[in-house]
Design a protein around this ligand. Structure first.
Ligand code: EPZ
Length: 433
């Protein structure tokens, strides 16, 4: 298994180009199942999760063509980076999403809504728990039932049918769910009649999906608000859509600049995607300056502790909670982090304490008492964002850090060691450590 070795203490300086958002790209890819025409996605990140989704979609019948942009075109179309991907699902060849693929990535459950809408049938493995919590899909299923789906759970699979087709309905989500909102948007796009989704997630990735569906011929209004209205249509056609910049990658590298007391220009991203995080960073004493096509982050010594609570968008994202904790471990004074989205998302705490971080967890909150210096240590990554918090701590710490089990990182960060290395970080991947 690969590991990453870091010799910390170097203030980062330079530019990092942000890729397309993993969590926007995955539902956009699933939207291919709604049409027999080609869907082209530009600004696609190159990540293990994207490969997993490609494999899943191929076994449902999708043909996937990828084209890498030439290196000199990396900041090309619409100021975007990365490659493009064209997905064409002329015919659905299987309505089953098997356990072996779904267990690798929970976002596989996003094929449920589109398969059901197009085929009137879907059989999707239940995803099961994961390192950050139990993560049920009951809200997806209840909402699909409101649209007329019949759902049975058998032998670890969700068996969903809608023989007469799905029918528009009023759905009130009892809790904000990103994946649930995405599944319902895709299902309702092809349902008969009107659907209203209330207490819908407002994450920018939802807006990206809704805009894509509209470009494919869907009729969705209320985008960006908590109430989405969908007038079902009979068929959808192809489209060409750009994946929005990855706000979690942006936030992670912004924190990398701040935790090393350096100065980094983040390109190909948008300030407005991360206002809650940038506002907390400013309160902590970090300079954040929006510039055309990006953001400049700079920090000097003497950051102060700032409390944050994770919340659905536009609140502070749970996917940056672990990275924020690493930053707070190096700030002056105490701070508190309250996690309200997942019940078990403090797995990084015991690992951060190996750097000398002073963190105490009380239920859903963690108290962090900042210290002048962290010291490098061998640590173990437990999930994607926990892994990136350990990388950040390693960049700030004195001496050598070895982050083991980094396969999680490759699910969500493209060429991380290359991007950080270009800003002066002493970081290397050890293959097969
Ligand atoms: C999405 O997961 C993201 N994944 C996660 O990013 C992110 O942490 C999460 O949203 C919250 O922002 C993708 O977009 C692919 P939810 P999702 O449904 O859709 C509970 C990362 O690191 N819930 O909004 O699965 C659930 O257990 C990942 O990139 C139910 O109880 O999240 C959680 O407590 C990790 N029943 C809360 O709601 C349900 O049916 C929010 O989950 C669905 C969810």
């Amino acid at each position: 298994m690969d590991a990453i070795r870091i010799t910390g203490g170097v203030p980062l300086s330079g530019e990092i180009v942000i890729g397309g958002a993993k969590n926007a790209a995955l539902p956009l890819m699933a939207a291919t199942l709604l049409t027999d025409k080609p869907l082209t996605l530009i600004n696609m990140p190159e990540l293990v999760d994207i490969t997993t989704m490609s494999n899943l979609l191929r076994q449902h019948g999708a043909r996937i063509d990828q084209s890498a942009l030439a290196p000199d075109a990396r900041l090309g179309e619409a100021g975007t980076t990365g490659r493009s991907m064209t997905l064409t699902t002329a015919r659905i060849t299987s309505v089953t999403a098997p356990y072996d693929l779904v267990r690798r990535m929970r976002a596989s459950v996003l094929v449920l809504g589109p398969l059901l809408a197009r085929m009137g049938e879907a059989k999707v493995s239940l995803p099961g728990g994961c390192a950050i919590g139990t993560r049920p899909v009951d809200l997806h299923l209840k909402a699909l039932e409101s649209l007329g789906a019949k759902i049975q759970l058998k032998e670890g699979y969700i068996h969903a049918t809608a023989p007469g087709g799905l029918k528009g309905a009023n759905v009130v989500f009892p809790k904000v769910t990103v994946g649930g909102t995405e599944n319902l948007l895709m299902a309702a796009a092809l349902a008969a009649g009107d659907t209203v989704l209330e207490n819908a997630a407002r994450e920018p990735e939802i807006g990206n999906l809704a805009d894509c569906l509209n470009a494919m011929g869907a009729k969705i209004t209320g985008i960006g608000s908590g109430t989405l209205r969908i007038s079902g249509v009979q068929t959808l056609h192809g489209a060409r859509v750009a994946v929005i910049p990855d706000r979690i990658e942006t936030g992670t590298y912004a924190i990398a600049g701040a935790i090393t007391r350096g100065r980094i220009t983040l390109k190909g991203t948008r300030f407005d995607l991360l206002e809650a995080v940038f506002s907390a960073m400013r309160q902590a004493g970090v300079s954040i300056e929006p510039v055309p096509g990006g953001v400049v982050v700079a920090a000097e010594n003497g950051l102060t502790g700032v409390d944050v609570m994770t919340e659905p968008y536009p609140g502070f994202p749970t996917d940056l909670q672990a990275q924020w904790m690493a930053l707070m471990a190096t700030a002056d004074g105490a701070s508190m982090i309250t996690e309200t989205i997942f019940e078990n998302r403090f797995m990084h705490v015991p690992e951060l304490t190996r750097f000398g971080a002073d963190v105490n967890v009380h239920g859903a909150s963690a108290i962090i008492r900042g210290r002048k210096n962290l010291s490098g240590a061998p640590v173990m990554a437990t999930d994607l964002r926990a892994s990136s918090s350990l990388i950040l701590a390693g960049l700030a710490a004195e001496g050598e850090t070895l982050v083991n089990r980094i396969y999680h990182l490759d699910r969500g960060y493209e060429r991380l060691e290359e991007k950080l290395g270009a800003c002066g970080a002493r970081i290397e991947r050890i293959v097969g450590a």
